[in-house]
Design a protein around this ligand. Sequence first.
Ligand SMILES: NC(=O)c1ccc[n+]([C@@H]2O[C@H](COP(=O)([O-])OP(=O)(O)OC[C@H]3O[C@@H](n4cnc5c(N)ncnc54)[C@H](O)[C@@H]3O)[C@@H](O)[C@H]2O)c1
Length: 284
Amino acid sequence: MITKSPLCSFISILGQPSVSLKQGADWYGFELISTEVKELNMTKKKNVIITGAAGLVGTTLRQYWADRYSLRLADIRRVENLQVHEDFTQLDITDLEAFATACQGMDVLVHLAADRSPTADFYESLLNLNIIGGYNGFEAARRAGCQRIVFASSINSVLGYQGAKSVSWDVPVFPQNVYGATKCFGEALGRVYADQHSLSCISVRLGSPNFDQGGDWDPENPSHQISPRDMAQLFSRCIDVENVNVAIVPGISRHKKSWQDVEDACRILGYEPQDGTAFPRTIC
Ligand SMILES: NC(=O)c1ccc[n+]([C@@H]2O[C@H](COP(=O)([O-])OP(=O)(O)OC[C@H]3O[C@@H](n4cnc5c(N)ncnc54)[C@H](O)[C@@H]3O)[C@@H](O)[C@H]2O)c1
């Protein structure tokens, strides 16, 4: 069932407001986004469905993106505080038919819903959520005719390289737990669906999304974290970038030392991290 926010019927007559930028503004900075009804053109905004939208990552993306996209928020639990550019659909990702229906009319699927615990049990949780639910994302996007799937992978798919100097995206996978192995499965599906079905697939090897520029970190310590605003920018680039058939990119900020090579994401996506230990600490 798809629930529209209360103002949607009004907006659907007017068209949706476009995002306009203040000169010199960083549009990923939450406080710098200004919205105004500049032109009434609904075709410019991409239709994006986010699974797991009620979770940590989905909530962060919604906050930073503001009304950049028309969002369909899909989750097994209710998503609160719907905005005019958002609708909600209750979805269990293990139900392929329902998943494909939810993806109808969407340009891009951002597939976040999964069990994110590195210690999750395979039969209790990972089999259903990360393996079946992961597969269903690719198949639902294909059936619905989406142009792209952005798959939330994890640094856990290459965690075995931790301690190495810098690891590029194309080294052999090296998970150290079954959760990481399920993410490798999703990355592999990306290659199948891009190659066999012409579905553009971008997998993000996400690090911990809680890097704080004003936090207590040492630039000499390798980091695999990403700040919330860098994460919002990175996923946005995954949606907007053109001419990418298949890619696997690191999901980290720019750090002085890290064992994942952030340049891969910069080169492939045009990602420009604004946070990380490579930058000065913010003094509050
Ligand atoms: N948060 C991290 O540190 C981190 C790091 C690396 C990768 N990731 C990946 O990013 C993605 C999002 O992570 P998160 O931190 O937002 O997770 P989260 O646990 O906060 O959110 C997951 C969401 O999925 C929903 N969900 C659970 N079962 C569902 C089902 N059957 N159908 C539909 N929705 C269901 C939950 O209700 C929840 O809202 C995951 O794939 C995770 O593996 C997260």
